[in-house]
Each structure stands twice: as structure tokens, then as C-alpha cells.
Design a protein around this ligand. Structure first.
Ligand code: KIV
Length: 301
């Protein structure tokens, strides 16, 4: 069956039909194209770009310009999945004007169809202003990596009664502000289940158990390409890192041993022309020919 363009409305309908929503991150054209071909519903150009692609130790370092650059590349590879761009640190919390302007850049310049912001009830005025500007917004609560210094690290959230209640109220507040879905990151599954039951928009979990309406993973993590650390929730669905290492060793060996490139990877000259070239080559003084040619083509001053 031909894949159909995913929209925020269709994402919400999937929850109503009790169909799981499948989301994954991407950061470049080639991966986005494969992800899209596999029928994934939602592609997030995550600010995890900062760590898994740019090599920073957290997500705070990636800039608007870098996110714009990668979101453009992703959208060139996508025909069906919903493209959501992650708003980087400080791009939406300084003031409402900057928040709407920056969110709008992802839509206007990059082909994103929605943006994601990290935070709870406090973000309501910002989210409402974006939605007033016809920008679709996804929420993100629990372990919001842009707040790691506030949390003291990449730590599971919502563990106390008060913290769990706050997460439930934050989810309710985000829904009232008009977000079309909420990422729940690194929270106990029972709290994620309560949140999922208490709102009409979908929850997309990462480290939030199986009761969420959908799941998201960082593509470089689930493929075994980023191995700096492995959270408890992460499952490696492939070992692409190992495949890449094997391929590179083979390439190195074959070039060193003269196996690659073979004739099948080389361009062929017609036999009769090569004989003429060979004959010319045997009789010519290359040095003299070269000097004649360069004298004739030198521009006189
Ligand atoms: O930046 C990211 O990849 C994310 C996902 C983990 C949800 O925010």
C-alpha cells in the first residue's frame, strides 16, 4: 500500500484508533530517506544532534543555525513522515517574539511541519503564541535534556509523589495550550500510563514504558552508532557501527592488496582508440609537447 503524508491531525487520530505512533530522530538526507521509506510516522530532527552528530557532551551547545542546516537536509529526504524540528536551548525561552520567529524559521525555511519545545506549564504563553502564528507544537516533559544542570544529570524524573503530580499537571497544561502530542522522557511507566490516560492527545515515550501512545528513539542510539553511554531504556535494534567498521576494514584491505577497484568498477576506453593513444605515447616527447601547449595558451601581459 502506498504511504500517505502524515499530519498532526492523523497523529492524533492514531491515538483514538489505539494504533501505536512510531517516531525516530534523523539528522541528514540519507537516513531521513530510509526512515521515510520504512513508513515511520514522525521524524524528529532532535537537538540530540548536538551529541550524536556534532560530538558535544550535552544538547545545550547546538545552535539555531545548525538545527536549521540539518532540518533542511532531512526534509529533502522525506515525502510521507511528519517532520518535527526541535527548538534548541535558548531559542524559545528568552521572549515570545524570538520564540515565534525561531519556530517560524523551521517552517518557512526548512520544510518542518511542527516544532518541539521542552518544558511544562510555564511554557503555555510561548506555545499559545506559536499556535496563534499557525505553528504546530509538540511538548516534551520528564527528563528534558536542556535542563540537565537543574536536574543534576541525565536522571530519571517524576520519582517522588510531588514530582509525579507535577508531570501530570504539566501534561494537562500542555494539552490545554494546544500541543498535538507530548514526548515523555525517562519517567516511571506507571506515571506515563496515568498521563496517557488523562489526556486526549498522544504521548510519545522514550524511557517511559509501553503504555505511551507511541515511541521515539534516537536513531544513532538504536542502531548502535552512538555508544558513549547506554541508558536502561535503550535497545540496540541493529549494530550499524559494527557493519561500518567491517566495511571500512574490507575497503582498506582491498585497496592495499589491489583488489579494489576491479575492472567492473573501472571505465573502459574503446580498444581501437587505446591503440592509437599507445602508439602516440610511445613516440611523443611529453615534456616538449607540454611546453609547446603551455606556451600557446599563456596569456601575454
Ligand atoms: O533531541 C531528541 O532527540 C529528543 C528525543 C530524545 C525525544 O528530544
Amino acid at each position: 500500500m502506498a504511504l500517505q503524508k502524515m499530519t498532526t491531525q492523523k497523529i492524533i487520530e492514531k491515538k483514538k484508533r489505539k494504533e501505536k505512533i512510531i517516531a525516530i530522530t534523523s539528522y541528514d538526507y540519507s537516513f531521513a530517506k530510509i526512515v521515510d521509506e520504512c513508513g515511520i510516522d514522525l521524524i524528529l530532527v532532535g537537538d540530540s544532534l548536538s551529541m550524536v552528530i556534532l560530538g558535544y557532551s550535552n544538547t545545550l551547545s547546538v545552535t539555531m543555525d545548525e538545527m536549521i542546516h540539518h532540518t533542511k537536509a532531512v526534509s529533502r529526504g522525506v515525502s510521507n513522515a511528519l517532520i518535527v524540528a526541535d527548538m534548541p536551548f535558548l531559542s524559545y525561552k528568552i521572549n515570545i517574539y524570538e520564540a515565534v520567529r525561531n519556530a517560524g524559521r523551521f517552517i518557512q525555511e526548512c520544510g518542518a511541519e511542527a516544532v518541539k519545545v521542552e518544558g511544562g506549564a510555564k511554557l503555555s504563553p510561548i506555545i499559545e503564541a506559536m499556535i496563534d502564528a499557525d505553528i504546530q507544537v509538540m511538548g516534551h516533559i520528564g527528563l528534558t535534556p536542556q535542563a540537565i544542570y537543574e536536574f543534576g544529570g541525565f536522571l530519571v524524573q517524576g520519582k517522588t509523589i510531588e514530582a509525579a503530580k507535577k508531570l501530570i499537571f504539566d501534561a494537562k497544561s500542555l494539552e490545554k495550550s494546544g500541543v498535538f502530542s507530548i514526548v515523555l522522557e525517562s519517567i516511571p511507566w506507571q506515571i506515563a500510563k496515568l498521563i496517557t490516560q488523562s489526556i486526549d492527545i498522544p504521548t510519545i515515550g522514550i524511557g517511559a514504558g509501553s503504555y505511551c501512545d507511541g515511541q521515539i528513539l534516537v536513531i544513532n542510539d538504536m542502531l548502535g552508532l552512538f555508544t558513549d553511554f547506554k541508558p536502561k531504556f535503550l535497545k540496540h535494534f541493529g549494530d550499524v557501527g559494527e557493519s561500518v567498521r567491517n566495511a571500512l576494514h574490507s575497503y582498506k584491505n582491498e585497496v592495499e592488496e589491489g583488489v579494489y577497484p576491479g575492472r567492473e568498477h573501472s571505465y573502459e576506453y574503446p580498444q581501437e582508440s587505446i591503440e592509437k593513444i599507445n602508439e602516440w605515447f610511445e613516440n611523443v616527447d611529453i615534456e616538449e609537447e607540454f611546453n609547446k601547449k603551455t606556451r600557446n595558451t599563456t596569456i601575454s601581459s
